[in-house]
Design a protein around this ligand. Structure first.
Ligand SMILES: [Zn+2]
Length: 81
């Protein structure tokens, strides 16, 4: 089941807060208006269909992706791993 995240195009929405996520079947048409406030929305994320994205990011994955992984060693102190 893909997750669609929508953002209200113009103005904040007191009902949805401006962004909202929906679980929608693939067969469903893309949403064009907020179901709560009827403002026009745009889709910002569509789907997590590739299996590797569902895997939790590990430290080695993060390093491979170029991230500096910091380990908390004390209050306000971090150590490079
Ligand atoms: Zn709304």
């Amino acid at each position: 089941m893909p997750i669609y995240e929508y953002e209200v195009c113009e103005g904040g929405c007191k009902v949805c807060g401006g962004t909202f996520t929906l679980n929608r079947p693939l067969s469903a048409k893309p949403l064009t208006h907020c179901p709560a406030c009827k403002k026009p929305v745009r889709k910002i994320i569509s789907g997590f269909s590739t299996p590797h994205k569902l895997k939790p990011l590990s430290v080695s994955d993060a390093k491979n992706a170029g991230f500096t992984v910091l380990k908390k060693i004390g209050k306000g102190e971090y150590e490079r791993q």
